[in-house]
Design a protein around this ligand. Structure first.
Ligand code: SF4
Length: 309
């Protein structure tokens, strides 16, 4: 029997037929379609998780500026604040607050041109790692459970990629950060013992919440609003997972939500698909930043030219 799937309905049927989790189907799928052994898949997953952890550490404990100088240091600033007595006045739980740091840290690492795992993209890179690490710490889970969570996210990502799109240039931020949040929501739901149905409900609830979200990076850089936006997406994933675990289902099934994602993405004007021609990118601040970036580039080019004779 084949483990191939492109739809959530097929994935769910496979989990039922074999009485296994979504992550287990993801492993079988990889073995079947990529000719990899189980050991290779698990080893690779552990190394991906390790790279995700390193990207978090890269920016969490040290104030780092992006290559452009536009952003940086927010993960460090927020992390330092969480060490103060004021932390107890925050609305979020301890683990949610730290997940916010981890998500920003990962995307700041990306903005510094250091190593990250594009999961599914660089702009959304912080969402899945912060969610998986938070679930691990919240529930004191093993690395094996984390690996299962990661593999679960890959199955959800595959369905979105097959039936819609995953880049801001194609479908707006809904398809980039939205996909990451849906993947994370499903992954952490499996990690905490949720059923495949609950995982897919979590993914659907999460993705429904961000349909229509545009891609409007200031200056055309994956920095503003991208870095901070990932923190909101982690909360989106947590909320969806909590709802699904608590018995709330999505009226619209995941496959139909993904179809809606594709249709909304296709209908989105070009100005709101990573061209920096609309939304936040064309606010007075967005335009000023763009002009400053162009000026800085001209100065750097001139200096380089002078240095090389
Ligand atoms: S705003 Fe655009 S560039 Fe930034 S994370 Fe979203 S999709 Fe990516």
């Amino acid at each position: 029997m084949s483990y191939n799937f492109t739809k959530a309905t097929q994935l769910l049927a496979l989990t039922k037929d074999h009485q296994v989790s979504i992550s287990e189907i993801a492993i079988e799928y990889e073995m079947e379609t990529k000719a990899r052994t189980r050991e290779e898949i698990l080893k690779r997953s552990k190394s991906v998780l390790s790279a995700m952890g390193k990207a978090i550490l890269d920016a969490k404990d040290e104030r780092k500026e992006s290559v452009t100088g536009l952003v940086g240091g927010d993960a460090y600033i927020f992390n330092e604040y969480l060490k103060s007595p004021k932390k107890k006045e925050m609305f979020m739980s301890d683990i949610a607050l730290h997940a916010m740091v981890w998500s920003m840290a990962t995307n700041e690492t990306n903005a510094c041109s250091h190593c990250i795992v594009a999961c599914p993209t660089a702009g959304s890179a912080g969402i899945v790692p912060a969610s998986l690490y938070a679930a691990r710490d919240r529930l004191k889970l093993s690395e094996e459970v984390m690996v299962a969570g990661l593999l679960n996210t890959s199955a959800i990502g595959l369905i979105i990629e097959e039936n819609a799109m995953m880049s801001g240039a194609e479908g707006g931020c809904q398809s980039e950060d939205g996909s990451a949040a849906a993947m994370a929501a499903s992954g952490i739901t499996e990690m905490r013992g949720g059923t495949p149905e609950q995982c897919l409900d979590a993914a659907a609830l999460s993705l429904k919440n961000v349909l229509g979200l545009v891609c409007d990076p200031v200056g055309g850089l994956v920095e503003v609003p991208c870095i901070k936006r990932t923190t909101f997406m982690v909360m989106n994933a947590f909320t969806a997972s909590d709802l699904a675990i608590g018995g709330v289902t999505s009226k619209v099934p995941f496959d139909e939500v993904v179809d809606a994602l594709r249709r909304v993405g296709e209908a989105m004007p070009r100005e709101l698909r990573e061209t920096a021609l609309g939304g936040l990118a064309t606010t007075p601040t967005g335009l000023r930043v763009k002009a400053e970036m162009a000026e800085r580039k001209n100065q750097n080019d001139a200096a380089r030219k002078k240095a090389t004779g």
